[in-house]
Ligand binder design. Structure first.
Ligand code: PA5
Length: 424
């Protein structure tokens, strides 16, 4: 991947940040900065538990051989990464022997009931994921889907088809694992939810989807090796953090832009990563997302001519997963023959280039470009690590703790009180 900053004006050269960046690099390496206890993800691509990794591969293969659907139950960091990677690498209508669906990422009764209805005549397994083991959305959904599974195959067989990913000792889910004997995986203490995609949290569903998780980890490891230094002139994670920091002085919103609908969940993962890491102490860029060309027919108008509150970060993939040509028609009634024989990727690329010109030209919108040659497990591992590393820098540049999320507790307290939960 490449960071292209042609369409952004730097207000200060990178070299002016060298000293500060050196200090932040030390804070990350020594884990002495705010939230330093949650830096386990930083060296994870080399320190990860290799024995557990093999167990993940074995569990994924059991799932692929024994059921038709895997239901992944989780929310936030215990959901977004797996879904983002699976959709990015498989597409939205993958024809695979195993279908992966998600539950527990909402209280929506309609969604939940429809998923349960859908599962009622399917052979399915469950991967329940919760670091705390007490998240209400996850717990309710798990209770419901576990009851359905037990009803379908009996308690003993259900146990074989339930895989839990949680803290190694604490929490209600760990207690349940100990009581029921479910196969379980660990989310390490020093890795927070939104930094956990490369742990069992993301790896089990991703491996079950048939994706090469060794390649994913290798990509992340190569990113770790390339991006663990304090050289502002070459380290693209640092450069992206500095550019965002500069743009923050004049803009309120960072709009993530993708050009493939099956990459929209990558934007969702990014929105969580940046919003929960930086949005605190009345600071931070608000992350938004659009999927082009779809949203060029809606939000595109605002980006072109509306309030100048935003900049874009585009993720453009040169080689799509699949491609096809515009067909030739003899009468050319729809006037499309000038494109006949051209691949759709060609049209998509021209849409990208035309939009880039429009937004950065008349629109005056700064655009940070991330250029990706091809989407595969290796490149995605690299990309995920790049973003996690970069937000650590941009969070420290902002002067906040990028690894906590105290703000998310407020709604929970109110909700629990309204629900009549004991102790609230
Ligand atoms: O990033 C985070 O920490 C959160 O988004 C959590 O992942 C989310 O709240 C789910 O928490 P848990 O894994 O404890 O169920």
């Amino acid at each position: 991947m490449k960071l292209n900053l042609e369409k952004v004006k730097l207000t200060k050269p990178f070299s002016e940040y060298q000293e500060k960046i050196h200090r932040i690099t030390d804070l990350i390496a020594t884990k002495k900065g705010p939230g330093g206890d949650y830096l386990g993800w930083d060296r994870w691509p080399e320190t990860y538990d290799k024995e557990e990794f093999q167990r993940i591969i074995d569990a994924a293969s059991w799932i692929r051989q024994n059921v038709d659907v895997l239901v992944v139950v989780g929310i936030g960091g215990s959901y977004l990464g797996a879904r983002a990677v699976i959709e990015a690498l498989k597409g939205l209508y993958a024809q695979d022997s195993l279908e992966i669906i998600f539950l527990g990422q909402t209280f929506s009764p309609t969604y939940t009931q429809q998923v349960l209805n859908y599962l009622s005549n399917k052979r399915f397994a469950i991967n329940v994921i919760s670091k705390s083991g007490t998240t209400t959305e996850t717990s309710i959904a798990f209770r419901l889907v576990k009851n359905l599974l037990e009803k379908q195959v009996g308690k003993t067989h259900a146990k074989q088809a339930i895989f839990a990913t949680t803290d190694k000792e604490k929490g209600a889910l760990r207690d349940l694992v100990n009581k029921e004997g479910y196969t379980s995986f660990v989310l390490p203490d020093d890795i927070g939810g939104r930094y956990s995609v490369l742990t069992a949290v993301g790896l089990l569903p991703i491996a079950a989807a048939g994706i090469d998780i060794a390649a994913l980890m290798q990509g992340a490891k190569d990113a770790m090796n390339a991006l663990t230094n304090f050289d502002v002139e070459s380290n693209i994670a640092i450069q992206y953090a500095i550019v965002r920091h500069q743009l923050y002085q004049e803009k309120a919103v960072e709009m993530f832009v993708t050009y493939e609908p099956h990459m929209a969940m990558i934007s969702e993962w990014l929105k969580q990563l940046f919003a929960e890491s930086e949005g605190k102490e009345s600071k931070g860029l608000l992350p938004g997302s659009v999927s082009f060309s779809t949203d060029l027919h809606s939000v595109g108008q605002f980006i072109q001519e509306g309030s100048p509150v935003l900049f874009e970060t585009t993720l453009f993939v040169k080689k799509p997963l699949l491609d096809l040509n515009v067909p030739l028609e003899t009468d050319d009634a729809d006037g499309l023959n000038y494109l006949a024989g051209r691949p759709l990727s060609f049209v998509n690329e021209k849409a990208f280039l035309g939009t880039l010109q429009a937004h950065t030209g008349e629109g005056g919108v700064p655009v940070v470009q991330l250029e990706i040659d091809e989407l595969n497990a290796y490149e995605l591992g690299y990309l995920l690590y790049f973003f996690m590393k970069s937000v650590a820098y941009s969070g420290y540049l902002l002067g906040i703790n990028p690894f906590n999320q105290p703000g998310v507790e407020v709604y929970k307290r109110n909700m629990f009180k309204l629900l009549g939960k004991k102790g609230y």
